[in-house]
Design a protein. Structure first.
Length: 164
């Protein structure tokens, strides 16, 4: 017995329970975010139309909403609003629930000593390299340029530079 035969024999209550479960899975924010990461305006994607027997069609994305994408069908030039689950994106992982590998632990106070060469990125995304002058309770004072003052930087933002 295949899945369609089992669904035909199921009671209405069982089908409704299945409908609620599938709707909850499709509305999962993790799934939506994973799909949206691979989309951008102007991208041509395949999509599944409302007609079950129709093959996949293609359309160009013209707008991205919170839970839906607006696209223009390539053949008919009609504007469609579809949920992200209806889009077929090549290269999308099969399981959106997979968590990325954990980030390496942040640097701690014990990892640094005065005189160590370190680097960090400031609030303007500029990379700085300097020497630790002083270790405080939560920050380190870094001298990057002898003509300028010191930077006070949290240990978690510092990267140790190893001279080989």
């Amino acid at each position: 017995m295949d899945i369609l035969d089992a669904l035909r024999l199921a009671t209405s209550a069982d089908l409704y329970r299945l409908h609620l479960t599938v709707a909850r899975l499709l509305d999962d924010p993790k799934r939506i975010i994973e799909i949206r990461r691979h989309l951008n305006l102007g991208l041509v994607v395949s999509y599944i139309a409302d007609d079950i027997h129709a093959t996949q069609r293609q359309g160009q994305i013209v707008e991205l909403k919170t839970t839906q994408a607006v696209l223009v069908d390539s053949a008919t030039h009609h504007r469609l609003t579809l949920p992200y689950a209806a889009l077929v994106i090549d290269g999308l992982p099969r399981r959106p629930d997979e968590t990325p590998p954990p980030a390496p632990p942040a640097a701690r106070r014990d990892d640094f000593r005065p005189g160590d060469t370190v680097s960090f990125t400031d609030q303007h995304l500029q990379e700085h390299v300097g020497t630790i002058v002083r270790i405080n309770q939560k920050t380190a004072s870094i001298q990057c340029d002898p003509n300028q003052g010191h930077w006070r930087v949290s240990f978690g933002l510092l990267r140790k530079i190893v001279d080989i």
